[in-house]
Design a protein around this ligand. Structure first.
Ligand code: COA
Length: 380
C-alpha cells in the first residue's frame, strides 16, 4: 500500500518546523534575546505598561498618547462580567482548578457575545479585548469566592494589574506591587510559537473564533511542561527542608533523571532574559515581604543546576523566579498559571489575528505504524 507520508520528515515536537511568518516576537535562544516587534524586552519592562505592550503586539507599533488612551478605555469598559457569568462563577465548586475555571468562563464569554461568529479583524480584536479584560475579574473573584468572600466588581479607573490586585484583596494596591505585577505581565505577554500559542493557531486556523482559540490555549498552558511549571517550582521550594537540604535534593533529582521544574527551554540554550529580569525582581520583593529565605533557596538551586547541567544549556526559565515573585506578592500558588494566562492573552490574540491575515489550515500528518487488512472479528 502506497504511503503518502513516506517522503515526509518526522518532527515529533515540531522542533524543526517553521509554521509561518510572524512580526510579533523574536527569540535568539543562543544569545538570550527576546524582542516584541523589535523592541528589547528589557526596555519594555522598564518603560512600558502591559496595556501599551498589548497594543504593540496587536498593531506592530507603539500607540501615541491618544491611541493608548482609547485602547485602555476599550479594555476597561469590558472589565465587568455579564450577570449570568457572575452567577456561574458563584456556582462553580470552590475546589475547581482555577485554570479550568478560567477556561470555562472564557468559553462562556462567547455565549454572551452576539458577534461571536462575525469574522473580521475588528470583530476578532473586540473578542480579544473582552477576554483580556474579563480575565483578571474572573481569576481574582473566583479566588475570593473560594475563600468565602464576596465578589468585588472591577473599577474602570484601574490598570489591569491594579484591577486584579484590588479585586483580589479588596484594597487599593501599593504602587510598587502593582508595578511589579505590571512588569510580570509584560514579560509573559508573548513568546513566539510556544505550545499554547500553537494551540491558538490550530484552532483559529480552522476559522473558528477567538474564544475557542483562547480556551484551547488556556488548556495547553496548564501543563507542567509549559505554564504549569511555575506552580511546580513553588511546590518544590516548599517541599525542601531549608537551604542546607538543597544540594542533596537537586543532585538526587538529577541522578534519578528527574527534571527540576523551572529549568530548561526548547529554544533558549543561554539564560532566558525574562528569568534574568525576574531574578532581580524576586530578590527585591522577597526582601520586602520577608521571603528572602525562599529567594536564597532559589538562588542555591540555580547555582547547583548551573554547575551540573549549565553546560548542556539548561538554565532557569521564566517560571523559575516568577514563582518566588508571585508567592512574595501573596498570591495563592494555583493562581500563578492563571496569571500567566492573563498576560499571554495578549500574545495568543496577536498571533491569532496575524494568522488570519494569511491563514492556512494546520493539518500535519503522522506515520501510521499499525497493521493493515485486519479482519473484523469480536470474540464471543
Ligand atoms: N531539569 C533537569 N534536566 C533537564 C531539564 C530540567 N528542568 N530540562 C531538560 N533537561 C535535560 C533532559 O533530562 C535531557 O537530558 P538527556 O539529554 O540527558 O536525556 C535534556 O535536558 C533535553 O531535555 P528535553 O526534555 O528533551 O528537552 P526539551 O527541549 O523537550 O525540553 C522543556 C524543554 C521545557 C520541556 C524541559 O526543559 C522541561 O521539562 N523543563 C521543566 C519544566 C519547565 O520548567 N517548563 C517550563 C518551560 S518555559
Amino acid at each position: 500500500m502506497a504511503d503518502a507520508t513516506a517522503t515526509m520528515t518526522m518532527d515529533k515536537g515540531l522542533d524543526h518546523t517553521i509554521i509561518g511568518e510572524s512580526t510579533k516576537s523574536f527569540i535568539d535562544g543562543q544569545k538570550g534575546v527576546l524582542e516584541y516587534v523589535g523592541i528589547d524586552i528589557d526596555s519594555l519592562a522598564r518603560e512600558s505598561t502591559f496595556e501599551e505592550t498589548t497594543f504593540l503586539l496587536w498593531n506592530d507599533r507603539l500607540p501615541d498618547a491618544d491611541e493608548l488612551d482609547a485602547f485602555t478605555n476599550r479594555i476597561r469598559s469590558q472589565y465587568d462580567l455579564p450577570d449570568g457569568m457572575w452567577d456561574a462563577l458563584r456556582g462553580l465548586p470552590h475546589d475547581a482548578p482555577p485554570m479550568h475555571v478560567l477556561q470555562t468562563m472564557v468559553a462562556m464569554l462567547a455565549a454572551y457575545d452576539a458577534d461571536c461568529d462575525v469574522q473580521s479583524r475588528e470583530a476578532e480584536e473586540s473578542k480579544a479585548i473582552r477576554i483580556l479584560a474579563a480575565t483578571p475579574t474572573i481569576i481574582a473573584n473566583f479566588d475570593r469566592l473560594r475563600r468565602g468572600l464576596d465578589i468585588v466588581r472591577p473599577s474602570a479607573d484601574d490598570t489591569m494589574a491594579e484591577s486584579f490586585l484590588r479585586m483580589l484583596n479588596d484594597e487599593t494596591p501599593g504602587t510598587a506591587t502593582a508595578r511589579a505585577l505590571d512588569v510580570c505581565l509584560i514579560l509573559h505577554a508573548d513568546h513566539g510559537i510556544n505550545a499554547s500559542t500553537f494551540a491558538t493557531m490550530v484552532a483559529i486556523g480552522t476559522e473558528s473564533d477567538m474564544y475557542s482559540a483562547i480556551t484551547a490555549a488556556i488548556g495547553t498552558l496548564r501543563g507542567p511542561l509549559h505554564g504549569g511549571a511555575n506552580e511546580r517550582v513553588m511546590r518544590m521550594l516548599q517541599g525542601i527542608d531549608g537551604l542546607d537540604a538543597i544540594e542533596d535534593f537537586v543532585l538526587g533529582r538529577l541522578s534519578r533523571k528527574e527534571k527540576v521544574p523551572g529549568f530548561g527551554h526548547r529554544v533558549y540554550k543561554a539564560i532566558d532574559p525574562r528569568a534574568t529580569y525576574l531574578k532581580t525582581f524576586a530578590e527585591s520583593i522577597a526582601t520586602e515581604t520577608s521571603n528572602l529565605e525562599l529567594f536564597k533557596m532559589s538562588r542555591k538551586i540555580e547555582e547547583i543546576m548551573e554547575s551540573q547541567v549549565g553546560a548542556k544549556g539548561i538554565h532557569p526559565n521564566v517560571d523559575f523566579y516568577s514563582a518566588t515573585t508571585y508567592f512574595s506578592m501573596g498570591l495563592a500558588i494555583d493562581l500563578f498559571t492563571p496569571l500567566f494566562a492573563m498576560s499571554r492573552n495578549a500574545g495568543w490574540a496577536a498571533h491569532a489575528m496575524e494568522r488570519l491575515e494569511d491563514n492556512r489550515l494546520i493539518r500535519p500528518r503522522c506515520q501510521y505504524t499499525g497493521p493493515h487488512g485486519v479482519e473484523y472479528r469480536v470474540d464471543a
